[in-house]
Design a protein around this ligand. Structure first.
Ligand code: 1GP
Length: 297
């Protein structure tokens, strides 16, 4: 970027910002500088650890986050570009991408297209090691603690460890807890494991606590994509009262009211996929409801 195009003052401001960033003990890199109506917009690659830190900060500050889940099987590249703009406008906090079963082959392209159009951080939500992509910012490193399938507790992790290390992704160790959503979901079938019964709050609490004791970074309670019944607020409340980790909740959340109530019950981040695939208007409504549930000091 030359001083003549920026103006002397703009050039010095940007040089100053670059120097500050160089001093940061992080892997932050300036990605690009865009000129939009004489306003220079700096876009940064998230530095390593940034997404986990943002989740911890969110919880500490009693704020609430909204994660949109994208299943690459359900979107085309033009659709993902449109989705990126909708997420930007609605101030979505996180994009999760992946699924229990992926039949398409354009995960990388989806992430690249999304990131070309949005600075929202992208986290992989993988159903298998084949869904590790360097294009994302972070990997939700899921251990299916509600199940008793050793492959999803440790087996797949051992096999994929070299790829995961080489990816350079931020690793967010995730206690993944699947709760019965009323009918078999893809995750319950593909994982060869029983979900926690929807009314067994004590099992959910003990599983989440065990995840915390094992040193996981976050707890993700999921009724599974397209669940008939989302996780009950009572179960969310019981779990939230017994853990200190950020709590992510998803699966079958169809209305802004349910998202709001889940936040009030103790969820820190709400994940919505199916409902917004069907009605994109819900993105802004969900976002507003979730963010309005923050506790103001
Ligand atoms: C599934 O939690 C996510 O793993 C989101 O579920 O697609 O039902 O919103 P939905």
């Amino acid at each position: 970027v030359s001083p003549s195009r920026l103006g002397v003052r703009g050039f010095f401001i940007i040089s100053f910002l670059i120097s500050v960033l160089k001093c940061c003990k992080s892997h932050t890199v300036i990605m690009l500088i865009l000129k939009k109506s004489n306003i220079f917009v700096l876009r940064f690659v998230m530095h390593r650890g940034a997404i986990h830190k943002s989740l911890v900060r969110l919880k500490q500050n009693k704020q609430k986050g909204f994660a949109v889940l994208v299943d690459p099987d359900s979107v085309s590249l033009p659709q993902i570009e449109k989705l990126a703009h909708q997420c930007n406008e609605a101030k979505v906090d996180y994009l999760f991408i992946g699924g229990s079963l992926m039949t398409s082959n354009h995960l990388n392209e989806c992430i690249i297209r999304f990131k070309e159009n949005s600075a929202i951080p992208v986290s992989l939500f993988p159903g298998s090691p084949s869904q590790v992509s360097k294009e994302a910012d972070a990997l939700l490193y899921l251990s299916l603690l509600s199940g008793r399938n050793p492959e999803l507790l440790i087996g797949a992790h051992v096999v994929s460890a070299p790829i995961v290390k080489e990816s350079g992704l931020e690793i967010i160790s995730t206690a993944y807890i699947v709760v019965d959503g009323g009918a078999p979901t893809t995750v319950s079938y593909m994982s060869h494991s029983l979900p926690i019964p929807h009314d067994k709050n004590d099992i959910a609490v003990c599983t989440a606590m065990a995840g915390e004791f094992q040193g996981k970074n976050i707890i993700y309670m999921d009724a599974g994509s397209g669940a008939q019944n989302p996780i009950s607020e009572q179960m969310i409340k019981s779990v939230a009262e017994n853990i200190a980790l950020p709590l992510i909740v998803g699966g079958g959340i169809l209305t802004p009211e349910k998202a709001y109530n889940n936040c009030k019950a103790g969820a820190d981040v709400i994940v919505v996929g199916n409902a917004i695939e069907k009605d994109a208007q819900l993105i802004s409504e969900m976002s507003e409801a979730i963010h309005s549930a923050a506790v103001v000091a």
